[in-house]
Write a protein that binds this ligand. Structure first.
Ligand code: PLP
Length: 406
């Protein structure tokens, strides 16, 4: 969890829920800044650049705010590239790191002038044949380290579809040599949620071993995986320890390399997770033989992480913060089992109370859908002490917008 002092107070969230209605995502801009500054401080001893992995949350106002902090942007689709440019990011401050896209999408990104990261041999060869040394590229490698928390979000394992295996280095070298590709970056992203700094450092050492085979490098991109705490006592990436150890290792390697090298990172969750609050309303309290359910006016159509990744989100009753604690199971209102949390201790919940999910900034709204023909929630940005609507709640017209009635 965030430090108490970084959190928006419960009474304020209640006020916003009353003003903007529920369900609603609320983001606190200054918290994003705090997180960005933590990264800058942790890596101040080396030449580090940060690129916000915007698949976590792409509201244009969030992108503009993050651009205003001086941070770069990591994108995984051509649409995210367009959003980034629209938000004001300079093309060289955007990296395009897609997976399994066709050559056309890569070329579209090239034409927009962004950094391109290629993650398979087939496209590497096609790109090289077509463009040779006229457009520098970065190569995504898979160092095969298991740093992730959940198998679904780990990308470094041997079954993973991400990156080009380091065991294919000779093949990469053959393509680079024969097509004259100019490789200015090497990339790895081993998954989400590094708990063990030393495991991560082992991955980095493997990257250094590969880097000596590429003479034109300008940066090594180490992806992300910075874990944030979702509840008190949760293991969290020790960012200062990682910064210290990694800067030492990186500086040592960079000193042996013939050109100046930057280290790049692509934090998603670390920047925006704790800035987000998802506020819902208790629709019904339902007592069954075994359980007391709180049924809320949302479901996995709005916040899917608990069901998809077994993710834990701290839930609190902000309407009755002093009430007696009781045990509840919090579920959604869609026709599918959508349990947000089993056996949670909440201050006594009455129908109509507002509940908040903490750490809802990353992969919250962004993974929402219109399942059950329900409407996507509104989004609100709190910045400089002011709360403003940054996305209207869906309407029935939105559900029909692209349908063609025959
Ligand atoms: C998703 C992703 C990230 C961000 O991961 P977080 O766990 O949100 O920090 C970074 N880089 C790439 C290539 C990604 O796909």
């Amino acid at each position: 969890m965030s430090k108490q002092s970084d959190l928006l107070p419960a009474e304020y969230l209640v006020k916003l829920a009353e003003e903007f209605g529920t369900p609603v995502y609320i983001y606190h801009a200054e918290k994003i800044k705090i997180q960005y500054e933590k990264l800058q401080t942790a890596f101040q001893k080396t030449d580090a650049r940060f690129f916000y992995a915007c698949k976590a949350l792409t509201n244009i106002n969030i992108l503009k705010y993050i651009n205003s902090l001086g941070c770069g942007l990591d994108t995984v689709s051509i649409q995210e590239v367009h959003l980034g440019l629209k938000a004001g990011f300079a093309p060289n401050n955007i990296i395009f790191t897609p997976n399994c896209v066709d050559l056309e999408e890569i070329i579209a990104a090239k034409e927009l002038g962004v950094n391109i990261n290629i993650d398979n041999i087939s496209i590497l060869e096609q790109f090289g044949n077509r463009f040779g040394d006229s457009y520098p590229i970065c190569i995504r490698l898979n160092p095969h380290i298991m740093a992730g928390g959940n198998y679904k979000i780990s990308t470094g394992h041997v079954d993973s579809k991400f990156g080009i295996s380091i065991h294919q280095l000779r093949h990469i070298e053959r393509i680079v040599k024969s097509t004259k590709l100019k490789v200015t970056g090497l990339h790895m992203h081993t998954g989400s949620e590094i708990k063990d700094v030393d495991v991560f450092l082992r991955g980095v050492e493997i990257m250094f071993e590969q880097a000596v085979h590429f003479p034109d490098l300008e940066f090594i991109d180490l992806g992300s995986g910075f874990k944030v705490a979702y509840q008190a006592g949760d293991p969290e990436t020790d960012i200062n320890l990682l910064g210290r150890k990694l800067s030492d290792a990186f500086n040592k390697f960079a000193a042996t390399y013939k050109r100046p090298l930057q280290v790049w990172f692509e934090p998603g969750k670390f920047l925006v997770s704790q800035s987000g609050y998802f506020v819902v309303k208790a629709n019904v309290i339902k007592q069954t033989t075994a359980t007391v359910f709180v049924g809320v006016n949302s479901g996995f159509n709005h916040l899917i992480r608990p069901m998809f990744y077994d993710a834990f989100h701290l839930i609190k009753n902000i309407s009755n913060p002093k009430g007696t604690e009781r045990i509840y199971t919090i579920v959604g209102n869609i026709c599918e089992t959508d349990t947000f949390g089993w056996d949670r201790k909440l201050n006594e919940v009455k129908e109509g109370d507002f509940l908040v999910f903490y750490n809802a900034g990353a992969y919250g709204f962004e993974m929402s859908s219109n399942f059950n023909s329900r409407l996507k929630p509104a989004e609100v940005l709190v910045k400089d002490g002011k709360a403003q609507l940054i996305r209207k709640r869906d309407t029935l017209e939105d559900l029909l917008r692209n349908q063609i009635e025959l």
